[in-house]
Design a protein around this ligand. Structure first.
Ligand SMILES: NC(=O)c1ccc[n+]([C@@H]2O[C@H](COP(=O)([O-])OP(=O)(O)OC[C@H]3O[C@@H](n4cnc5c(N)ncnc54)[C@H](OP(=O)(O)O)[C@@H]3O)[C@@H](O)[C@H]2O)c1
Length: 310
């Protein structure tokens, strides 16, 4: 199969380079084809003529970006997703696997997060626009399945980390921000400051695991409903900090600013549905994933996204 991977230059997309597969993977980024432009999306499908699509491209950001630019996060993601799905459908591409995120679940769900809850109530205000656009990706995929009988599916990862992430402190995610702060503290001697107590628990999945899970779903999952694919091992933020401190050999102080908000105590998800169809799937141990990510970061610093634009 010739598989088009949109978002192929991003953190998750670039991990597809390490996938062991006989398929022909074509990774594209925004410089190849800007997916906001419908004509370029058509051109991309004409040029590549894919048998299947793994659709990862999205406008992605942290809480600040999602809040300050809530409308951009909604419209850009709606446009990208509509252009990709509609063009794939018109080109009669038989399978499209699109990515949602556990942060699109409702603000007050029943824990653990299970797939049937995804549209039950409004999402958390911190990513309102992004979450509704992602939910519409699920709706759009289901409508294409019904009307056009094409096998369009969606998967739901939790927090992903890995090489090629965005290390911007205001607009990045938890792990890249922890890595950068600890690394720069070691360089400058100024202790890193982290928000909250470090006690809240979160789930993290290495990008290479998500790429492997997606390849499995593309070949083996044909269901209408989304499927959670992240590791459900929970770690306190302070535990992740300790692991990174050890990996980067940082020996200075750490400041926990307990006057700052730290979010909910835990947000567990269920991957039972995924493990039922893929019982032998093994997630990378977080220490090993962090070692790979930190090693890549140190090797490339400061030429990494969010620190210095390449
Ligand atoms: N990171 C997480 O923790 C997380 C968690 C759950 C779900 N996800 C989902 O996983 C997917 C990948 O996320 P990521 O963390 O790998 O994000 P990322 O590193 O920011 O990568 C985003 C990708 O989308 C591409 N893109 C953005 N706007 C585009 C446009 N207008 N036209 C064409 N391509 C465009 C980017 O291309 P350029 O780099 O060339 O601009 C890049 O390849 C997204 O769908 C995201 O919602 C991520």
């Amino acid at each position: 199969m010739r598989i088009l991977v949109t978002g192929g230059t991003g953190m998750l997309g670039s991990s597809f380079k390490n996938i062991d597969t006989t398929h022909d993977l074509i990774l594209v980024g925004s410089r190849d084809f800007n997916l906001l432009n419908k004509h370029l999306v058509k051109k991309m499908f004409n040029c590549i003529n894919p048998d299947a699509v793994i659709h990862l491209a999205a406008k992605v950001g942290g809480v600040k970006g999602n809040t300050d630019y809530v409308s951009d996060f909604f419209t850009d993601n709606i446009m990208i997703n509509t252009n990709v799905l509609e063009t794939a459908q018109n080109a009669n591409v038989k399978k499209v696997l699109s990515l949602l995120s556990t942060c699109v679940y409702p603000e007050e769900p029943l824990y653990p997060l299970t797939e049937e809850q995804i549209h039950n109530g409004k999402p958390h205000p911190s990513n309102f626009g992004y979450a509704y656009a992602k939910r519409m990706l699920d709706v759009h995929s289901r409508t294409i399945r019904k009307q056009h009988n094409l096998n369009y599916i969606t998967a739901v990862p939790n927090n992903i980390y890995g090489q090629n992430d965005n290390f911007d402190l205001e607009n990045g995610h938890v792990i890249p921000s922890l890595i950068r702060k600890i690394y720069e503290a070691k360089k400058t001697g100024v202790p890193p400051v982290f928000w909250g107590s470090g006690k809240p628990l979160r789930e993290f999945t290495y990008s290479h695991d998500i790429a492997r899970a997606l390849m499995f779903l593309l070949e083996n999952y044909h269901g209408e409903t989304p499927i959670n694919i992240g590791s459900t091992a929970e770690y306190a933020i302070s535990e992740v900090v300790e692991l990174i401190v050890e990996i980067l050999d940082y020996r200075g102080d750490i400041i926990w600013d307990t006057s700052m908000p730290e979010g909910q105590f835990k947000k567990p998800s269920s991957n039972n549905k995924f493990l039922k169809i893929n019982p032998s799937f093994v997630y990378t141990n977080i220490n090993n994933g962090l070692k790979e990510t930190c090693s890549w970061f140190v090797k490339n610093y400061p030429n990494v996204r969010g620190v210095k634009i390449k």
